[in-house]
Design a protein around this ligand. Structure first.
Ligand SMILES: Cc1cc2nc3c(=O)[nH]c(=O)nc-3n(C[C@H](O)[C@H](O)[C@H](O)COP(=O)(O)OP(=O)(O)OC[C@H]3O[C@@H](n4cnc5c(N)ncnc54)[C@H](O)[C@@H]3O)c2cc1C
Length: 383
């Protein structure tokens, strides 16, 4: 059995970028995946994911996102795959809403280009969005939407082009440290490497029920795509950007119609805990009605729009929303990389670079990513 410098288990957005980065540095890498890169049950599947820089007062993720965007763009340019849509991102809410004010301060400090819009300007630019009273917004002109599933598949393919091996295997939950024999897979094979990075997303708690266990909560998240009226250009770029609504407690957000797939809407509130292998993927009727009620107020032209597609995905939440990227507390050479917590996708390139740097000893570990900082209680702090 071949032995690798690094085995990366999981070919979602985190694992694929980690494998790509390490293979590019000349390490021998195995990218091990139970189903396939960005398969339908993975958190990284789905048509699109938002890339934005605004994170309230959270400078850490603003900086990571600001670093990731050009890395995504360079990658797509090299691969000749146009998988980023620069739609702009509009985050609106009541005047003085703390996340908007805090975001403005951090964006300014970090040097992210953005605009602050008051009610009259928002109404002028976006007459298709209705506000009953005053509103305030921040607009990021260079942010937008990543074509998620295809982007991950492109990164995984690029890792193989850099020399990584793809192993279609389910790594069994380890019962002890790898030692000289490595870890076992469901097919009976052995996985041998100097370092193992478990980038298993919502599966992390199943792979390490003792050490990770309740520190990752996979929650059911429903995504709806509504058909826009024929010939109506108000809900596609450039008229319509990605948007996030801070008026509503249910935290609605959405994407304009991209590649003729419909107007996407989801609610960023955490759903019930699910098992990513066995959970069914049918959306609840009540979510469709919730979206229609919201449209009636905010996007009146879509109040009667037909539902044309739907998806059920899952977040892999840590207690705080901070990523979990750390070494196993007892087993040398074993690492976790996950806890994307509903906002991880955009950061794939920065996570790949971070893991490569920390493994090589070029960078101090970020305390917020530590296992020790994660609790079983749900205390969401990152949005
Ligand atoms: C509905 C929804 C909307 C979201 N919107 C956004 C957004 O707009 N912007 C944003 O930045 N983020 C967003 N996110 C979050 C983001 O998509 C996730 O944080 C990110 O995709 C997580 O990637 P991952 O690689 O950690 O996990 P995954 O993509 O789930 O990958 C883990 C992989 O590990 C494999 N695996 C697990 N166990 C094993 C094993 N034992 N052996 C072999 N393989 C194994 C799995 O098969 C899987 O492919 C959203 C998430 C959802 C669900």
């Amino acid at each position: 059995m071949k032995s690798y410098d690094v085995a990366v288990i999981g070919a979602g957005v985190f694992g694929s970028w980690i494998a790509y980065r390490l293979a590019g540095e000349g390490r021998t890498v195995a990218l091990v995946e139970a189903y396939g890169p960005a398969h339908s049950r993975a958190s990284s599947s789905g048509e699109t994911r938002i890339i934005r820089m605004a994170y309230g007062q959270d400078e850490l993720y603003t900086r990571m996102s600001f670093r990731s965007l050009p890395l995504w763009q360079d990658f797509f340019e090299r691969e000749k795959q146009p998988l980023f849509h620069q739609t702009g991102v509009l985050w609106f809410g009541p005047p003085g809403a703390p996340p908007l004010r805090e975001s403005s301060a951090v964006l300014r400090k970090v040097g992210v280009p953005f605009e602050e819009l008051a009610s009259a300007e928002i109404a002028y630019r976006y007459p298709q969005i209705r506000f009953d009273g005053d509103a305030e917004a921040i607009y990021e002109p260079f942010s937008g939407a990543l074509m998620a599933r295809r982007a991950v598949q492109a990164v995984a393919a690029a890792a193989l082009a850099e020399g990584a091996d793809f192993l279609h295997e389910l790594v069994l939950p380890p019962v002890g440290p790898p030692g000289a024999h490595g870890f076992r897979t469901a097919s009976g094979a052995k996985l041998l490497a100097g370092t193992y990075v478990f980038a298993c997303g919502p599966w992390l708690r199943k792979v390490f029920p003792g050490v990770v266990g309740g520190r990752i909560h996979p929650t059911r998240q429903e995504v709806l795509f509504f058909g826009i009226p024929p010939g109506d250009r108000r809900f596609s770029p450039p008229a319509m950007p990605v948007w996030l609504d801070r008026f509503e407690e249910t935290l609605p957000y959405g994407l304009p119609e991209i590649e003729q797939r419909g107007f996407k809407i989801a609610f960023d509130a955490h759903g019930p805990v699910v098992d990513p292998d066995t959970g069914d993927r049918i959306v609840e009727r009540s979510t469709v009605e919730q979206a229609r009620r919201f449209f009636a107020g905010r996007f009146p032209a879509l109040a009667e729009a037909p539902l044309i597609e739907s998806r059920v995905c899952q977040y892999e939440n840590t207690s705080s929303g901070d990523f979990l990227i750390d070494r196993h507390p007892d087993w040398p050479g074993v690492w976790f990389a996950g806890g994307g917590s509903g906002h991880g996708f955009k950061h794939g390139p920065a996570v790949g670079a971070y893991v490569a740097d920390v493994l090589a000893g070029r960078l101090e570990a970020e305390p917020r990513f530590s296992l020790a900082s994660k609790q079983e209680a749900r205390l969401r702090a990152v949005y």
